[in-house]
Design a protein around this ligand. Structure first.
Ligand SMILES: [Zn+2]
Length: 190
């Protein structure tokens, strides 16, 4: 079992771990599993190894664009369908692009509560975790930004927070149990 990345590991190693874990969760959720099986850990291990060796990449962002068509038009944070507005997943104020792949639907309530905060940490402050497809898009955007800024091979500890448009602590956020994950947020009961 590979070790979790620590302060001395690079951003690339962190992304490899988190994206690999997301691929593992994604596979298990799609299969309707209630616990991880060895195949799921293999998926994570394979991605991590392939990504670090340069043989594998995150899938392109246009895959995520399909979710805007395939999934119901609802808030990507809470699942509500009413009072939707457009939100920049990586905040524009922090340097997120004003481009289609960074724009999602958010209800006005989530949009104003989130503001320019980091999406993952904002949800964590509410004891929630992003839906798999939302986190996937966020990780791709964050990784692309770090690649472009040549920060991928810098140790986590040495990457200055101020330059990042996202919060690097999101790469170490605590993951809920498998049964709590959703591909897309469930609409609220009320
Ligand atoms: Zn919402």
């Amino acid at each position: 079992m590979p070790k979790l990345p620590d302060d001395h590991c690079t951003l690339r190693e962190h992304f490899a771990w988190v994206y690999g874990t997301l691929a593992m969760v994604h596979a298990a959720v799609v299969e309707g599993k209630i616990r991880y099986e060895s195949l799921h850990f293999i998926i994570r291990g394979r991605f991590r190894k392939g990504y670090l060796s340069g043989k594998m990449k995150m899938r392109p962002l246009h895959d995520d664009e399909k979710t805007k068509i395939v999934h119901a038009t609802t808030c990507c944070y809470c699942g509500r369908a009413a009072k939707l507005s457009l939100d920049h997943l990586i905040p524009q104020l922090k340097g997120g692009a004003d481009a289609a792949d960074n724009i999602t639907y958010a209800c006005r309530s989530c949009n104003s509560s989130k503001g320019p905060k980091d999406m993952v940490l904002w949800l964590a402050s509410k004891e929630r975790f992003p839906a798999i497809l939302v986190f996937r898009r966020y990780l791709k955007l964050a990784a692309r930004w770090c690649e472009d800024a040549n920060l991928m091979d810098i140790p986590w500890n040495d990457v200055p927070d101020a330059v990042l448009p996202f919060d690097k602590r999101s790469l170490r956020v605590e993951w809920p149990s498998l049964t709590e994950h959703r591909l897309w947020p469930d609409p609220p009961d009320t």
